[in-house]
Design a protein around this ligand. Structure first.
Ligand code: FNR
Length: 379
């Protein structure tokens, strides 16, 4: 279908599902066990009500904000997601060009299907990128990557993902592991490394699927005490921790500020631990038990964002920005770079509409007074 006939992110996902390979679809769509966290990540937003005010001039509407001090045009960024070229040859570089068009930030996955150099190649001078790290058991590999991305001025921070020391049990991905044959299931980082042959999908071994193959080599032994000093030794870039799911961990992270400049509340799109809480619950916990976290570091969230109203609700709860993981991949599937632009165009327009209907001109005006979260607070 023509891109402008896709009216919302569900339309984009449905169209993409018909166009991309079964294997790519299964890898993108999949989540842990019964997909409870994946599903609830979105439905939780539906149980939060907005409280629109009247008699507010909404001629102007400004979606711009800052991320770690850098100006961005949208409070929406692209979450790190592996293997974009399974959807379209434009890959992560296509996502980067679309993000540039919309002034959105992008976090490049450790397991991207193109190299960081290729992905940032067409980036504008002001474009904001993070690079996401899965610390490898062979630390030298991660150290080499950190040295490499530090050479790229477009990359402004390192995002250390912590919610998936092992991948969740993703059965859609496992079931389709043998469908189609020649897809290169290897990230650019793995392809570059000398031992990449050991990273071939371990089909049949302890469950399979693309996720399992990509996670081979990821270190399961990270700790507060050892990993942050190691990371600080190998990069001067600001650090963002991704995958926090409790107020306790958010509070501990805040004790590491300013070395840790931000945290991303995330359950990995439901792909790690099933029945882990959605970011909305963690935001509510932080507000209740340790609100000082919000002033010590920037709090971002991802998971289940499908509408501008979802974006606005997360910001009302204190998120600085929200990430989208699957949506840009579905966008790539329907039209490469142009499809990702369509995703961002839809979300931007919906966010503006939500702000205007709420009676808010600027994102920093959004606050708890604009929402009613009572229905989700009993958890
Ligand atoms: C991911 N995610 C992810 N996270 C990360 O830190 N490194 C990675 O390489 C990946 N790879 C990845 C691949 C695919 C196909 C998906 C769907 C997700 C998780 C991602 O950053 C984000 O947390 C979720 O995708 C957000 O949820 P939604 O927007 O997909 O609902």
């Amino acid at each position: 279908p023509p891109l402008d006939e896709l009216l919302n992110l569900d339309d984009v996902e449905a169209a993409s599902t018909k166009l991309i390979s079964r294997k790519a679809w299964a890898y993108y769509y999949s989540a842990g066990d019964d997909l409870i966290s994946k599903t609830y990540n979105n439905t939780v937003y539906r149980a939060i009500f907005l409280r629109p005010r009247i008699f507010v001039d909404c001629t102007e509407c400004d979606t711009s904000t800052t991320l770690l001090g850098y100006k961005v045009s949208l409070p929406i960024y692209v979450s790190p997601a592996a293997m974009a070229r399974l959807a379209h040859p434009d890959g992560e570089a296509g996502i980067a060009r679309a993000s540039h068009t919309f002034g959105a930030a992008q976090i490049i996955s450790n397991n991207a299907s193109q190299t960081p150099e290729q992905i940032v190649a067409d980036a504008g001078p002001d474009q904001v990128f993070g690079w996401q790290l899965y610390v490898q058991t062979d630390r030298a590999k991660s150290e080499a990557m950190l040295a490499r991305i530090t050479q790229l001025p477009a990359i402004k921070f390192v995002c250390l993902t912590l919610d998936a020391p092992v991948p969740g049990k993703r059965e859609h991905d496992e079931r389709t592991k043998n469908v189609g044959s020649n897809l290169a299931v290897r990230s650019s980082v793995q392809a570059d490394s000398a031992s990449s042959t050991t990273r071939e999908p371990r089909n049949g071994a302890k469950g399979g699927g693309i996720g399992m193959a990509l996670f081979a080599g990821t270190a399961p032994d990270l700790t507060w005490k050892t990993t942050l000093p190691w990371l600080a030794k190998h990069t001067k870039l600001p650090i963002v921790l991704k995958g926090l799911q409790t107020h306790e961990d958010a509070y501990i992270a805040s004790l590491y500020a300013p070395q840790v400049r931000g945290i991303i509340l995330s359950n990995h799109g439901g792909r790690a631990m099933d029945t882990a809480p959605p970011a909305v619950h963690t935001l509510i916990e932080i507000r209740k038990y340790c609100p000082e976290v919000f002033s010590r570091l920037e709090v971002m969230v991802d998971g289940g964002i499908r509408r501008g109203t979802d974006v606005v609700k997360a910001l009302c709860l204190g998120a600085k920005a929200v990430g989208i993981g699957r949506a840009p991949l579905w966008g790539l599937g329907v039209g490469g770079e142009k499809g990702v632009e369509r995703v961002l165009e839809i979300l931007k327009a919906e966010t503006e509409t939500a702000m205007r209907l709420l009676g808010v001109e600027k994102v920093e005006q959004l606050g708890p007074r604009h929402i009613n979260t009572r229905a989700v607070e009993r958890y």
